[in-house]
Design a binder for this molecule. Structure first.
Ligand SMILES: [Zn+2]
Length: 399
């Protein structure tokens, strides 16, 4: 695309991806410095005071860039931060939503054993990759747009929730409301793989629990006589065999017992058993079918009771035509910068699942490139910070 083809006539000529990348590469050290500041301020999902403290730091960064910042206060979990910014005189009608999260999976104190450090072209530490790198990328993307003198056609809403790692229960409705007002949703979750692929489809997910009650008895009693026990573990095994039949490779459905427990000691017929079930699906249309099958489970062994709780709770992010168009556009921007870009389909979920299910074109995995999310080996590639910021800036100014 030539400069003259971008934007509306009369608007400032848009910078190319190359210009944005040049500006951002000079700021790599500042990006790493800000990332260090973010990582040192730990923010575990369940530690409200800590997440709120981190949210204030992020909010200040946005305020200093002229954004309208609103803190959405929550009673028990951390507060969400909404930063809205536009760069022209008047507030544009159209909106692009950018999503990310403030919380991490690491408990308070992790930083003392896994401190932020930079070596070998990488930055290591809790939350560098998932996803404080993404939060830094967003701020520098705005800086670069300003430095390039671009006046984007749309306003941007950056929504940083505080409970993504624990299911986005208090933020989901805010995210969905913002998504419905937006032309696209860009999600700054970590990229897929060391080559930085974007995530253009994600499976949907759910979790369920099966609770079985039998009757305890001495294991030496004949199981056929009155007063004998009813084995809850055996019942659970039979139910799990049914669950296994629900797996459908062709439809991308997986149903797995991921935790199972029952019984007390080895010579007692177990009275209780339970299992936790992880559910994944590729197609929105399969969700009710899976839920129905799960809740239709009935006891098999006489004398047992069975209870099923939960079910599918997050829709899949399907690779719609809108998603594909968005991806090809991103690929074009990277191509202009002389960088390759590929896409991936992943099993994990993000808040992009919610926006995509509403029909809003969604691109995910736009955050930093690295590896080791949720582990002591978490890191980001330093080089990817300016590159991804340039990609985000390119998207924000051309969508
Ligand atoms: Zn994440």
């Amino acid at each position: 695309m030539k400069n003259s083809e971008r934007g509306k006539p009369g608007a400032a000529p848009a910078a190319t991806g190359k210009d944005l990348l040049r500006i951002l590469r000079k700021r790599e050290r500042d990006m790493v410095k800000l990332l260090g500041k973010f990582v040192r301020c730990e923010s575990p999902s369940f530690h409200k005071a800590a997440v709120d403290r981190f949210g204030r730091i992020v909010a200040q960064e946005w305020e200093s860039r002229g954004a309208n910042v609103r803190v959405l206060r929550q009673r028990e979990l951390g507060n969400h931060v909404r930063a809205e910014i536009w760069l022209g005189e008047r507030r544009p009608k159209k909106q692009i939503l950018v999503l990310g999260h403030l919380d991490t999976v690491y408990p308070m104190g992790t930083h003392s054993v896994m401190p932020f450090r930079v070596s070998d072209g990488r930055a290591w530490g809790p939350g560098t990759f998932d996803m404080k790198g993404g939060l830094a990328i967003a701020l520098f993307a705005i800086d670069a747009i300003k430095a390039a003198g671009i006046e984007p056609q749309k306003r941007f809403v950056f929504f940083w929730n505080a409970d993504e790692e624990i299911g986005s229960k208090t933020s989901r409705h805010h995210i969905e409301r913002e998504a419905l007002r937006s032309d696209a949703a860009l999600v700054l979750e970590p990229a897929a793989g060391r080559d930085g692929r974007l995530k253009t489809s994600r499976k949907g997910a759910g979790s369920a629990e099966i609770v079985i009650t039998g009757r305890s008895a001495h294991a030496g009693n004949s199981p056929h006589l009155p007063g004998a026990g009813v084995n809850a573990v055996h019942e659970l095994a039979l139910q799990i065999a049914r669950l296994i039949k629900m797996n459908d490779r062709r439809r991308g459905i997986t149903v797995q017992a991921t935790v199972a427990a029952g019984g007390t000691v080895s010579n007692v017929v177990p009275e209780h058993a339970h299992a936790k079930i992880d559910i994944r699906h590729s197609h929105l249309a399969d969700a009710p079918k899976i839920d129905r099958a799960l809740h239709a489970l009935r006891p098999i062994l006489p004398g047992t009771q069975l209870e099923v709780r939960g079910g599918v709770n997050r829709p899949p992010m399907e690779r719609t035509h809108g998603v594909e168009k968005l991806f090809l556009h991103a690929k074009h921007i990277m191509h202009e910068m002389g960088l390759p870009l590929d896409e991936a389909s992943v099993g994990g979920v993000s808040d992009g699942n919610f926006t995509a299910a509403l029909g809003v074109p969604t691109l995910d995995g736009l955050g930093a490139v690295g590896d080791g999310a949720h582990s002591p080996r978490e890191y980001v590639m330093l080089r990817s910070l300016p590159e991804r910021a340039a990609l985000l800036a390119g998207l924000l100014t051309t969508l």
